[in-house]
Design a protein around this ligand. Structure first.
Ligand code: 4AD
Ligand code: MG
Length: 446
């Protein structure tokens, strides 16, 4: 009999098949036992009828614990009522082999569990349909990212994780001893190396784990997350925004095409994602500041008012970003942030040195920043001045300064956080569920 993957089950209606996996749940109904089988690619209902199986086997099925591993064979039947992901099909069991009857004390039994308990049992929690669906979608997001770059002529350059200096500021560095060379820091961003890479390869991207010793204990922060960072030679801020909107549209479209059952199982409103199509609206930081100030004036609830308190020059907090995105049903570009809230390497706005050529992309529905990017500074003199202003060691950036001396060109790039993007696409509350084993200030286990 043909070994199938549950995600493909619709193709096998009326055929005899074999599926292998784990018993997610079991329901006994007298002469019938229903098993919800998960095989890694989906969840499918399997029905055992007493008269079809040897008495001893059927009897064992009526006592089979959750998470037992099995191989089942039988006919695929279409049945609209059958639960599952994708659902709507069942397998009538003709034969079943129990590989292991699981221990009875499975911690993630089918009932409500608290967040800490679930996180302590993350190695088991990922078997649950919601977590499985989120991580399947993550996998597709990652594939779509690489696919877009491949189609568009970018080359993948892996940048170092152990680095001698900061990219995004010194306050969030994880440090470690590096033999006789002094301190090494876990990478906050591969950007500076990519600025060297583009002068050799034109368009590049790096994609890897990123480390931030952030004290922020919010639903948008992890200490280890995955960031994809393209960098492009001969590209200005406008060119960068075009790349970002094409890129994000591509990712959302592919997830919609390939992960419909998973999105539906999460209760995601698909209409919200169908809207995501380039071009995206663009507003300046100045305009954004005005929108926030107007809302502040109008707000009557003192608690909410306090949250969106704002003056020009501040960085946006999550409540500000939520407010801004509430006016749009697509991701929103905010460009031209104050120089003082951004990293040292951003090109100044022509004629307005207090503003820089930066752009953040804020996801709708209150999700906020998923991408940060900018046009990079061209002047070697100003760059050196900024390095000093930010208290960075000049010697560690000598090679970076060389890039401004030998064939410098206008160039731009951005970084997109995979976990924040997945959280938005899935419509979930907290990014800790978008990575298999999250790292947070207060959690390293499992
Ligand atoms: O805005 P950030 O700090 O930008 C950079 O690191 C630039 N060097 C990128 C570049 O231009 N090449 O980070 C980029 C993105 C954010 O928009 C966010 O999605 C994600 O990385 N991010 C985090 N995700 C989870 N947890 C954290 N602590 C994050 N910090 C940033
Ligand atoms: Mg940022």
């Amino acid at each position: 009999m043909k070994l199938i993957r549950v995600e493909d089950i619709a193709k096998y209606t009326g055929q005899q098949v074999t599926a292998q996996g784990w018993v997610y749940s079991r329901t006994d109904k007298g002469k019938l036992v229903f098993l919800l089988l998960r095989d890694g690619s989906g969840f499918v209902q399997c029905v055992a009828f007493k008269d079809d199986l040897p008495a001893a086997i059927f009897d064992q099925l009526t006592r089979l614990p959750q998470e037992s591993s099995v191989i089942v064979s039988g006919e695929v039947r279409e049945d609209k009522r059958a639960p599952g992901i994708p659902g709507g099909y069942e397998i009538g069991i003709k034969e079943i082999k129990i590989i292991q009857a699981a221990a009875e004390d499975y911690p993630m039994a089918l009932k409500e569990h608290g967040v800490d308990f679930s996180l302590d049992n993350r190695h088991l929690w990922i078997r649950m349909p919601s977590q499985w669906a989120i991580l399947r979608i993550r996998g597709t997001v990652v594939s779509a990212i690489r696919e877009w770059f491949e189609i568009n002529g970018f080359i993948n350059m892996d940048t170092p994780i152990l680095t001698p200096a900061a990219v995004e500021g010194t306050t969030t560095l994880f440090e470690t001893e590096y033999f006789d060379e002094g301190k090494a820091y876990l990478s906050q961003s591969g950007q500076l190396y990519n600025e060297a890479n583009i002068m050799a390869f034109g368009k590049v991207y790096c994609f890897g784990p990123t480390f931030r010793a952030e004290k922020s204990k919010t639903r948008r922060h992890l200490t280890e997350f995955w960031m994809v960072e393209p960098e492009i030679a001969f590209c200005d801020l406008d060119g960068l925004m075009e790349v970002e909107e094409q890129f994000v549209t591509h990712i959302v479209k592919r997830v919609m095409r390939e992960r419909g059952p998973e999105l539906k199982s999460l209760g995601r409103e698909l209409a919200k994602l169908e809207n995501i199509e380039a071009p995206f609206p663009r507003i300046s930081y100045d305009e954004a500041a005005k929108i926030i100030q107007e809302s502040y004036e109008k707000e009557t609830d003192p608690e909410k008012k306090e949250l969106i308190k704002f003056e020009w020059g501040m960085d946006f907090g999550a409540p500000h970003e939520a407010l801004l995105t509430s006016h749009y049903d697509k991701p929103l570009f905010v460009f031209g942030y104050p120089t003082q809230v951004k990293a040292f390497y951003m090109e100044p706005w022509p004629g307005r040195p207090e503003v820089c050529k930066s752009v953040d992309l804020l996801a709708p529905e209150g999700y906020g920043e998923i991408i940060g990017g900018s046009e990079r500074m061209s002047s070697p003199d100003l760059l050196l001045q900024r390095i000093h202003e930010h208290g960075l060691p000049e010697a560690a950036y000598k090679w970076y300064m060389d890039l401004r001396r030998y064939g410098s060109v206008p160039h731009s790039g951005f970084g997109m956080g995979v976990e924040r993007t997945v959280a938005w696409i899935c419509g979930i509350e907290h990014i800790r569920e978008t990575i298999a084993f999250p790292r947070m200030i207060k959690r390293m286990y499992p």
